[in-house]
Design a protein around this ligand. Structure first.
Ligand SMILES: Nc1ncnc2c1ncn2[C@@H]1O[C@H](COP(=O)(O)OP(=O)(O)O)[C@@H](O)[C@H]1O
Ligand SMILES: [Mg+2]
Length: 235
């Protein structure tokens, strides 16, 4: 079972030095199940705030959210957030009772994210890309209905990032999870999104469907370049 998400008129403000900072302003959006939805926007436009609200890590002021219960949501952050003293194997199963995840399950996840042979390595011994693979495996270990990813590849170099984008699409093709992926990179959004929601001033300014574009995509194709120009105008 996977799940869609429905957000209606979501509002969120922060109090900063006695000033009211409106971050999300009547945001309405829908994310289809078994689909990759990308939230694209400039730095500071409220992407992380939206994702944290969806993940139950942040409160909101008004509006409605229709999401799976929080036990069924997995999160992957920009930095890997692993336990440095635990091996890859133990990090993946961390916090999960044995009845929820078996040894063959963990082995299968290690295979899914391509970390065979590194089961006993510790985070320090891995590259940034490999650490993010562990984070992704950890999120998948909970068998979530929905995976929220906040700029998970932003800190990686171009080549590693490209590999990880391909990996995400491969894993998605295997498992067909519902994924909400936040990025400020238009190219990344075009490569992986089935739907792109362009966020501006706290609400969805533009919605682009890319479900007709099969993976792997060529972002230098004339169609996608046209869409990119269009997004730049909006942003
Ligand atoms: N806990 C907080 N307290 C006060 N202001 C915050 C907090 N978190 C984020 N903000 C502000 O809210 C705005 C949106 O932040 P954020 O959601 O992190 O944007 P993005 O992820 O798109 O870069 C920014 O102006 C940021 O400074
Ligand atoms: Mg952010």
């Amino acid at each position: 079972m996977t799940a869609g998400v429905k957000i209606e008129k979501l509002c969120k403000s922060y109090q900063v030095a006695e000033k009211n900072l409106k971050v999300l302003d009547n945001l309405t959006a829908e994310f289809q199940e078994e689909s990759i939805t990308v939230i694209l926007g400039r730095s500071g436009c409220g992407k992380t705030t939206l994702l944290r609200i969806l993940g139950g890590l942040e409160s909101y002021d008004s509006g409605t959210l229709d999401i799976p219960d929080h036990g069924k949501i997995g999160m992957v952050f920009q930095e890997p957030r692993l336990m440095p003293w635990l091996t890859v194997w133990k990090n993946i199963g961390f916090g999960l009772p044995k009845r929820r995840i078996s040894e063959p399950d963990i082995q299968a996840l290690i295979h899914t994210v391509g970390l065979q042979g590194f089961e006993k390595a510790r985070p320090m011994q891995l590259s940034g890309g490999m650490q993010q693979r562990v984070s992704l495996a950890r999120a998948l270990a909970y068998n979530p209905e929905l995976i929220l990813m906040d700029e998970p590849f932003a800190a990686l170099d171009y080549f590693t990032r490209t590999v990880m984008q391909e990996e995400l699409i491969r894993i998605y093709s295997l498992q067909k999870k519902s994924i909400v992926f936040v990025t400020h990179s238009i190219d990344e959004a075009l490569l992986i999104g089935q739907k792109i929601l362009v966020l501006k001033q706290g609400s969805v300014e533009q919605e682009i469907s890319l479900s007709g574009y099969a993976y792997p995509r060529d972002i230098l194709s004339s169609d996608l370049i046209e869409i990119k120009k269009n997004i730049i105008t909006t942003l």
